[in-house]
Design a protein around this ligand. Sequence first.
Ligand code: FAD
Length: 703
Amino acid sequence: GSADGPSEVDVLIVGAGPAGLMMANWMSRCGIRTRIVDKRGTKIYNGQADGLQCRTLEIFDSFDFGHRAWIESNHMLEICLWNPDAKTGIIHRSDRIPDTIPNISRFQQVVLHQGRIERFFLDSISENSKRTLKDVPGWEDGIKVEHGVLPTSLEFDETLAENTDAYPITVKLRHLSEEEATPKQSATSLNGSGLQDGLFRSNLSSDDTQELLDKTKLLQAKAGREETVKAKYMLGADGAHSWVRNQLGFKLQGESTDYIWGVLDIVPITDFPDIRMRCAIHSESSGSVMVIPRENKLVRLYIQLTTTENAGGGQKADRSKINPESILASAQRILRPYKITYRYCDWWTAYQIGQRVGDSFSLKERIFLAGDAVHTHSPKAGQGMNVSMQDAFNLGWKVASVVNGTSNRSILKTYQSERRRIAQDLIDFDHRFSRLFSGRPAKDVLDEEGISMDEFKRAFEKGNLFASGVAVDYGASIVVAKSGDSTKQGDGTEVLGAEKLRVISNQGLAAEIKVGMRMPSFKVLNQADARPWHFQELLKSNGTWRVVVFAGNIKIPDQMAKINRLGEKLSSSASFLTRFTPPNKRYDSVFELLSVHSAPRQEVTIFDFPPVFHPWDDNDGWDYWKIFVDDVSYHEGYGDAYNNYGVNKEKGCAVILRPDQYVSWVGEVDDYESMEKFFSGFMVEQPGGRDRVGVNGWEGMSR
Ligand code: FAD
């Protein structure tokens, strides 16, 4: 290839939408040599996705930019349901429900323009990759998103698929001219319009002007050039029309009914009292509208029309008639007797989307697909961007740990087994929800064609848990030590490495830390400085596994003896901390040991714990950020973590968390043997030599 960029990479990502950026973000944290290309010349159109689930905010927080989204976004707290009155037919507010189910997360659902979210990713990728790749020759500048670049051919050498060090993927990349790379707004808008770019971008993204200018220069210099790149792994995150998926011959399967949607982002002028609430409004016979209050005084109106006879209240939609005026006119009819109009329209679109799932998410666990490339559905429940990012969030650490040589390739199979079921659930959910949303309200119980508003409310409430993203529950696998006598999981695929499932959790020891689900969060105090932390805040996405020791009441001598014995095993030179840590690395780059005890804070110091629980560094001394206590804070109340987690306050328990915060295993506090077996199921034995735990006085450990 030419000298455009490194011609050998660990990971090549095609597509810099939410899914591709999440993948690049993981790679930047884990120091993986990565290129990410996008055919688009500029960053993003206006509008598009805006809803962020609470699980997505938890994930953003684990990457240190949750606060940016939280501060800039509009927070949605309540959903109002409006329906026709049984007697008069005039719409009235029939119900209010919380938008996010209280207490399921420390965040609530918010809305923020997709372009801002991409900006947070770009900043994070740049900053972190410069740090993690600074010593890798040719990669000192870190990972950059390359715009105006797209693949023209893909070759895959199957014979090299299982060879860890091989580069079985060969891709030709073409650098576009500036003109070619400038998007027409064709993918999402059927009619196109002069409204979209500009205004909004200058409001919110003034910080990237220089970047856009630089990009243009770069594009001109390289325009029309082609280069060859060899990759170990590849991700197709190139959206619903995925080129990568087509190259692999994979298909999207499912529903052929295509719904047409009209979307309008305006600053509304109205006397409708709930315009700053999320609303689902069903009119008697003029259709339905979803109201999404947004940042910067904006409100989004969603109107669904269908192409199929009767499915959407009788009329067949005519796309050519959809424009801002017609969308507004529908809203005006639905909202009667309230009035709505606008002076400022930020963006609008009309688009068509089917509900489909990919038949396969990977080729030989070398080339993966994520996001819209493997699932498409309506935007009604605000899921697409979230689920797309969460696909890559599931995949990223797995690929990174295989490239880094700490895990063997078997864990890569869990990507499809875990995410395909989520995609299927999403499509089922969207299907039910769309039907209920677009239907005409039933006049009475005998009106069978109409939609029961009680059913709609129940679906909304149930849907809310699903839509939050926290209900995800991964099936048994080599990285989820769940009990279960079947070797099949939900989607009928074999439980991975069933023969290796030698470790089964004892779920009863922590009833609310559910194996397969993400670690819930309650406040605990730092033992050394008494500061309260939400437990989840400690679980940063940096690629490390976590062994969380709920040490119980260490003032009880028997309990302290157990912790001491566990400490001895963990710091022995045969410990899994040592065996699976690559040479020249500290064990806490692979495993982080966190503990939470339940003895009174003021009667304990960190030195009551064996040193492996608060590791040493020659330059920095002891690590004060590993030992926590379940006790009352001065200013932020009492998290009551043991009770909330369902853990016995005297005996405690131990928990293994994956690098993505999902729970792998729950067992007895001193069950070192099960921990060891669990990690032996997929981790790579490292050449010995150096004492990476530093048993003898801890000298010689530094970062
Ligand atoms: P995309 O965002 O489609 O990104 C794919 C990227 O790949 C693009 O940048 C594209 O330029 C690039 N690309 C494509 N082909 C190639 C190629 N051959 N070579 C190189 N690059 C290529 N989701 C929500 O969660 N909440 C919402 O509220 C929401 N609202 C929506 C509203 C609208 C109007 C629309 C249209 C969608 C909405 N969605 C919402 C869905 C959401 O936008 C998508 O699900 C999400 O963007 C998918 O992310 P992705 O990274 O998989 O794909």
